[in-house]
Design a protein. Structure first.
Length: 139
């Protein structure tokens, strides 16, 4: 009886170790790399960055890995309101982003990236925010 328990314990320990190794390998498979760059009206603001993260990394978290980022809730949205020292100015300039050369149609906080994606954050003319009473105000 004691020998059977010992064999069972060894078997259970081996199974747990196998599961742990398999999970570790799976996590490595879920690691992704994306290229990120920032520009002002199409002119590069910095060198390209290679950002490594877990599968499920978003366009926002990739940006937060390379810059100081401030966000702000607007209605039911979360927008990037500042990257490093460049702030959004309502009706004038704002931060937008593209993934693989295409304008994103999803908020950066929800846009999960894939391995090899190229993300460009662009500070350019604000075409989304209306002017308030004819005056520009900070977003």
């Amino acid at each position: 009886m004691i020998q059977k328990r010992s064999v069972l314990r060894v078997f259970l320990i081996a199974m747990i170790l196998s599961f742990t190794v398999a999970c570790s390998e799976k996590e490595k498979d879920q690691e992704i790399q994306v290229t990120l760059e920032m520009s002002v009206d199409g002119n590069p603001l910095s060198d390209k960055h290679v950002v490594t993260g877990n599968k499920g990394m978003t366009a926002l978290t990739a940006l937060q890995n390379v810059a100081e980022v401030k966000t702000r809730p607007v209605s039911s949205y979360v927008i990037v309101s500042q990257v490093d020292t460049l702030k959004n100015i309502r009706g004038d300039m704002a931060w937008y982003y593209e993934v693989n050369g295409e304008s994103a149609n999803i908020l950066s906080i929800n846009n999960k990236l894939e391995d090899g994606d190229h993300v460009e954050w662009i500070y350019k003319e604000d075409v989304c925010s209306p002017k308030v009473d004819g005056e520009l105000s900070e977003l």
